[in-house]
Write a protein that binds this ligand. Structure first.
Ligand code: HEC
Ligand code: HEC
Length: 403
C-alpha cells in the first residue's frame, strides 16, 4: 500500500530537524537549540561582551576550582563554601564593580589592588566617605590558614561574613543603613536594577534572586581563589621536601634568615615561626597582640585588639619593594623596622601582649639582641616568599571594559 502524502512530508520534516539539531551541536556535544536555555545564553553572551569584552566567557570559564596546590599546603578555611568556577567568576565581577558603593566610585579592588598582592600602598585607603581607620590588608592566600576569623582584630567570624561588611561601612562603600545612608537592601535592589546581574545570577544560581548570602558566597570564593605558590621558597621546599634543611636555591644569607625566622628565641632564633607558621605563613589562631598598638593619625589612643596578620607571603612585590607599609597602623616602612620592633619589644601598658613576646622574667618585653647582619638575613628570607603569577594572572584582574 502506498503511504499517504503527509507521511513522507512528516518524515522529511523530522529528518530536516534532526539535521538542524545535529548542525547546532557544539564541540562538547551539547545541543544548544533548546528554546529557553538558548535565549538566556544569547542574552547572557551579548551582555557579557558588552560589559566585559573577552575577559569573561561563561562557556569557557577561567580555572578557579581546580588550581594546583602544593602537597605541603594543608591549612584551609573553606568549610562548606567550596570554590566553583561560576561563582568565583561572579565574585570577581562583584569584587571589581564600583556599583557596590553608594556613589559608584569605589570597588573592593580600589583598596585591594592586584599589583600589590591585593593590598594598598597608601597607609589608609580612601572610601566614599573618608579614610579607613586601619591599613588595608593583602588578600592573597586568605584561604590557607587555620584562623577562620578575618580583619586585623578578627571581628568577622568567617570570610563569608567579612565580605559584605565593607559594603555596609559608612566610610568605605556607604550602604550602612544608618544616619541617612542607604542600606544593604538598597544595594541588592540596585544590583537587581542593573542590566547584567539578573542574567548572571540566573545563570549561576538558577534564579534571579540577588541576596546577601549569594554575595558573600561568591565574593568569598573569588578571594579564596587568589593563591600564590610560585615563590623561590616554594621551589626550595619542593626540591628538599624538608623545611629544616638549607635550600639549594637560596643564598647563604637567605638560608640564615630562614633559620632565624623558624628557630625559637631560646635557640638563637627570632621566633617568628611561632606565630607566622610556614609553609602557609598564616597567623597562629592563638596569637595575641604583637606589641604594635598605634592608631593611625592619633598618638593619644592605642589599639591592643589586633591579633591577626594576613599571610607573610608576598609582603614584598616581584620588584623587591614592599607592597605597602606594614602592620595595622602602616607604621613600619621596611622589614628592618619590623624586625627591630620584635628585637626590643616595649610591653608598657599592653595588657593583651602575647606571652611569647613578654621576654624573660624581669624584662618589659622580649629582647632578641639580633645583629644587623641577622636582621638583614631575615629581610632577605622574607623576599623569597614572593610569587609572580598572582600579580599578572588575568583571572584575578578587573574584568570590566569601563570601570
Ligand atoms: C576603602 C577601602 C576598602 C574597601 C573599599 C574595601 N576594603 Fe577590605 N579592607 C580594608 C581595610 C582598611 C581592612 C582592614 C580593616 C580592619 O581590620 O579594621 C580590610 C580588610 C579586608 C579583609 C580581611 C583580610 C584579612 O586577612 O583579615 C577582607 C577579606 C577584605 N577586606 C575584603 C574586602 C571586600 C570583599 C571588599 C568589597 C566588598 C572590600 N574589602 C572593600 C579596606 C577596604
Ligand atoms: C606572638 C606572635 C608573633 C610573633 C612571635 C611574631 N609576630 Fe609578626 N605579627 C603578629 C601579629 C599579631 C601581627 C599583626 C600586628 C599588627 O598589625 O598590629 C604581626 C604582624 C607582622 C608583620 C606585618 C604584616 C602586615 O601585613 O602588615 C610582619 C612583616 C611580621 N609580623 C613579621 C614578623 C617577624 C619577622 C617575626 C619574627 C622576628 C614576627 N613577626 C614574630 C604576631 C607575631
Amino acid at each position: 500500500m502506498k503511504a499517504p502524502k503527509y507521511v513522507s512530508k512528516t518524515l522529511f520534516i523530522v529528518i530536516f530537524f534532526q539535521f538542524l539539531l545535529h548542525s547546532c551541536k557544539s564541540d562538547d556535544g551539547y545541543i544548544s537549540i533548546e528554546s529557553e536555555d538558548e535565549e538566556i545564553s544569547t542574552e547572557l553572551s551579548v551582555l557579557i561582551s558588552d560589559y566585559f569584552g573577552n575577559s569573561i566567557d561563561f562557556n569557557g570559564l577561567a580555572n578557579y576550582e581546580n588550581q594546583e596546590i602544593p602537597a605541603y599546603i594543608t591549612k584551609d578555611n573553606t568549610a562548606a563554601n567550596v570554590i566553583t568556577d561560576e561563582k568565583a567568576t561572579l565574585g570577581r565581577i562583584l569584587f571589581y564593580d564600583k556599583n557596590l558603593s553608594v556613589d559608584n566610585t569605589i570597588s573592593c579592588a580600589s583598596c585591594h589592588q592586584q599589583a600589590f598582592a591585593f593590598g594598598d600602598q597608601v597607609a589608609v585607603s580612601q572610601g566614599v566617605n573618608g579614610a579607613t581607620g586601619r591599613h588595608s590588608m593583602r588578600l592573597i592566600n586568605s584561604r590557607f590558614s587555620d584562623e577562620v576569623r578575618f580583619f586585623w582584630d578578627e571581628r568577622a567570624a568567617t570570610l563569608e561574613q567579612q565580605t559584605t561588611q565593607p559594603i555596609q561601612d559608612h566610610a568605605e562603600m556607604g550602604f550602612s543603613g544608618q544616619d541617612g545612608d542607604p542600606s544593604l537592601n538598597d544595594l541588592l535592589a540596585k544590583l537587581a536594577d542593573t542590566e547584567y546581574y539578573p542574567v548572571i545570577f540566573e545563570h549561576v544560581y538558577g534564579d534571579l534572586q540577588i541576596t546577601e548570602t549569594r554575595l558573600q558566597e561568591s565574593i568569598a570564593q573569588f578571594i579564596r581563589s587568589i593563591q600564590s605558590f610560585d615563590s623561590r621558597f616554594d621551589q626550595g621546599l619542593s626540591q628538599t621536601n624538608n623545611i629544616n634543611q638549607n635550600f639549594p636555591n637560596f643564598t647563604t644569607q637567605e638560608n640564615q634568615g630562614k633559620r632565624l625566622f623558624m628557630d625559637p628565641p631560646n635557640q638563637g632564633g627570632a621566633g617568628c615561626m611561632g606565630c607566622h607558621r610556614a609553609p602557609e605563613f598564616d597567623i597562629d589562631p592563638r596569637s595575641l597582640n604583637n606589641g604594635v598598638i598605634g592608631v593611625f593619625g592619633d598618638i593619644s589612643v592605642t589599639d591592643e585588639k589586633v591579633t591577626r596578620a594576613p599571610t607573610l607571603r608576598d609582603v614584598f612585590g616581584p620588584n623587591g619593594l614592599l607592597n605597602g607599609n606594614l602592620m595595622h597602623d602602616a607604621g613600619k616602612a621596611s622589614m628592618i623596622e619590623v624586625v627591630e620592633h620584635y628585637n626590643a619589644i616595649d610591653a608598657t601598658g599592653n595588657t593583651n601582649l602575647d606571652p611569647r613576646l613578654r621576654g624573660d622574667p624581669g624584662q618589659n618585653g622580649q629582647q632578641l639582641n639580633l645583629t644587623e647582619t641577622e636582621m638583614e638575613a631575615i629581610e632577605f628570607f622574607m623576599k623569597t616568599l614572593t610569587g609572580n603569577d598572582v600579580y599578572a594572572n588575568e583571572k584575578w584582574s578587573n574584568p570590566f571594559l569601563s570601570n
